[in-house]
Design a protein around this ligand. Structure first.
Ligand code: CS2
Ligand code: MN
Length: 358
């Protein structure tokens, strides 16, 4: 398990590379050019800026999250080919600075969706919260405005230029069924996976968050069966999954331990975080500790150890604790605590093996 940490870049993150370097066992950053609109080819000079900065702290750049997929690709419009060409060129460029894994998602219109960014937990910390009844009854435009008002930063997937186009986009998606979305994903993968193979890059799709359709939009990567189907669309080790325990875990029917075993070799990137799921379908993000949420984080880490996982892992989101001013979900403190929990479980497995051999 190679531990990495998401970093949004200078001036766009409250956490510094110096701080990241001091978290035990973190060897690289998870990065992206967050100001690049989806569909555009990433410029080499900007890529190299990240390389210089990471090099200065001895951190690697092997994981990119995300290279966003243009909506025309998801919609299957004729204009998609030009955007797919740009995507391939970006893959080629990223390979030159040592990138090994690219995380992306195929969610129509929205990336992750929550109804509150700073919901208070019993201990006074705050975390991202999803109130099911609200999403089920709310107009998407209203939700977006509310969330945008709570934010000091631009969140990936919520970029202003994307949100301006909300109404026409919804109109276009009326014609797109879940099966259409699968076909459009297959078309995309058939185009880009050969490029990824040539450049030694593993593509890793992020599951839908939350793992069910919202606002009448189709969402297809949300369960064990759907990941199985995804991996067969193009049967290559370079067509993989970012197994996000928090996204999938919002549906308690998802057995993530079983997925770690079944999808062994096709998980280049693990997102490890916990959520507490309520009976009414609401969920809140919690600390990484198994007993704090609904997801068996210790069991998941054990499964990674048992399957000889050598991919990248990051703590994904954390709570906001100790009055840290930070991006929602992306503070230093709780994610660093999460990493130490993950290492604790991981190292105890190693110790167990040594004891067995003796
Ligand atoms: C995050 C996502 O919600 C999550 O679990 O990890 O925002 C993720 O960064 C994107 O969906 C990746 O494209
Ligand atoms: Mn995730």
């Amino acid at each position: 398990m190679k531990m990495v940490f998401r970093w949004y870049g200078t001036g766009n993150d409250t956490v510094t590379l110096k701080q990241i370097k001091q978290i035990p066992g973190v060897e690289g950053i998870v990065w992206a050019l967050h100001d690049m609109p989806a569909g555009e080819e990433w410029p080499m000079d900007k890529i190299l800026t990240y390389k210089e900065q990471a090099d200065a702290y001895g951190l690697h750049l092997e994981v990119v999250e995300s290279v966003n997929v243009h909506e025309d690709i998801k919609l299957g419009l004729p204009s998609r080919d030009a955007y797919i060409d740009n995507y391939k060129k970006t893959i080629e460029k990223l390979a030159t600075v040592g990138v090994k894994t690219i995380c992306y998602n195929f969610m129509p219109v929205f990336d992750w969706v929550r109804t509150e960014l700073f919901k208070e937990l019993e201990d006074g910390s705050t975390a991202l919260f999803y109130e099911k009844a609200k999403v089920d009854s709310m107009d998407p435009g209203e939700l977006v405005n509310r969330i945008a008002n709570e934010l000091d930063f631009t969140m990936p997937g919520w970029e202003p230029e994307r949100l301006k186009l909300l109404a026409p986009l919804f109109e276009q998606y009326k014609q797109v069924s879940a099966e259409d979305l699968w076909r459009n994903l297959q078309y995309f993968l058939e185009q880009i996976i050969p490029t990824a193979e040539r450049h030694g890059i593993q593509m890793a799709i992020h599951p839908d968050d939350p793992p069910w359709p919202i606002f009448g939009l189709p969402r297809i990567i949300n369960s064990r069966e759907s990941i199985r189907r995804l991996l067969q669309l193009v049967d290559s080790p370079c067509n993989g999954v970012t197994l996000c325990s928090g996204s999938l875990g919002a549906n308690p029917d998802n057995d993530i331990v079983a997925m770690v075993h079944e999808f062994k070799g096709r998980i280049p990137f693990a997102h490890i975080r916990n959520v507490r799921v309520y009976d009414n379908g609401d969920f809140i993000e919690t600390s990484h500790r198994t007993s704090d949420g609904t997801v068996d984080i210790a069991g998941i880490v054990r499964a990674y150890h048992e399957t000889g996982f050598t991919g990248y892992a990051r703590p994904d989101h954390g709570r906001h604790i100790w009055d840290e001013p930070c991006r929602p979900g992306y503070g230093l403190y709780d994610r660093a605590l999460g990493i130490m929990y993950l290492w604790g479980v991981w190292d105890s497995m190693r110790a167990g093996e040594v004891a067995k051999r003796a």
